[in-house]
Design a binder for this molecule. Structure first.
Ligand SMILES: Nc1ncnc2c1ncn2[C@@H]1O[C@H](COP(=O)(O)OP(=O)(O)OP(=O)(O)O)[C@@H](O)[C@H]1O
Length: 239
């Protein structure tokens, strides 16, 4: 019996986008299988955040396609891409400072019933969030705000997570927690994760594969576990 091939959780094909007259992505193609973690690496300004913003629909694709589980979502507004199963943990905090931790978390989930049912899953990864549910988000430390951002993305139970520089500015112990949270999300419900990172060791410890973005093009791809990867990548990422 022929088993039908599983559609990629996320497929980006020939994506071109930019700001005004400035072209930033020049034909980027990537595929993530369900449950796969891919790290997009590159120096500052190479287009990593632009890639995530274009996938999410914050920036229009001038050429190319974005598909989720085989469904074409190119050109959809960000809230519709989110509804189709994509959670974005952006570089800029999008935490509502005047709302409580619980209210911020609730925003990631479509119903109260789902919210209550899923909250307990944070116990294993970010128990501190459960202790601070009534606290105003604006009073959390920078690291805790990142935990909240990740917790909200996890509670959404997305098919695909877009995670932008989550390790930036975090203490090493907190970076380890983030790595555990990402692995737990993949193992728990098979989310595919596109991780944009400058922290090479963190990215390679979490990802299955890596892709190097340089001047809006993917110039190299490989297996994150390849012992030669770290050395070769360090050269690409040197400033
Ligand atoms: N809102 C914007 N308007 C105009 N140009 C922008 C805007 N945002 C980013 N750019 C430019 O697009 C290019 C790619 O930026 P992008 O943020 O995608 O890079 P990056 O690889 O994520 O780097 P970083 O890690 O510094 O965020 C840069 O030259 C940047 O100056």
């Amino acid at each position: 019996m022929n088993v039908p091939p599983v559609a990629p959780a996320l497929e980006v094909e020939g994506l071109v986008s930019g700001y005004g007259g400035a072209m930033v992505l020049r034909g980027v193609s990537l595929r993530l299988a369900p449950g796969e973690i891919v790290a997009v690496l590159g120096k500052n300004g190479m287009g990593k955040s632009t890639l995530l913003k274009t996938v999410m629909g914050f920036l229009p694709a001038r050429e190319g396609r974005v598909r989720l589980g085989g469904e074409d979502v190119t050109g959809r507004a960000p809230h519709l891409v989110a509804r189709a199963g994509v959670a974005h943990a952006p570089q800029e905090f999008t935490i509502f400072q005047d709302l409580t931790v619980a209210e911020n978390l609730r925003l990631g989930v479509s119903s109260d019933a789902d919210y209550r049912a899923r909250l307990g899953a944070l116990e294993g990864v970010f128990p501190r969030m459960l202790e601070r549910l009534r606290q105003r988000a604006g009073t959390l430390s920078g690291g805790e705000q990142k935990m909240l951002l990740m917790s909200r993305a996890l509670l959404a139970r997305p098919r695909v997570m877009l995670v932008d520089e989550i390790s930036e500015g975090l203490q090493p112990t907190m970076i380890d927690r983030m790595a555990e949270a990402l692995r737990a999300a993949r193992e728990g419900h098979g989310v595919a994760i596109l991780l944009v990172e400058q922290h090479l060791a963190f990215a390679l410890s979490v990802a299955d594969r890596y892709a190097v973005l340089k001047l809006g093009e993917i110039i190299e791809e490989g297996a994150a576990g390849d012992p030669a990867a770290a050395g070769a990548l360090a050269d690409h990422l040197k400033v």
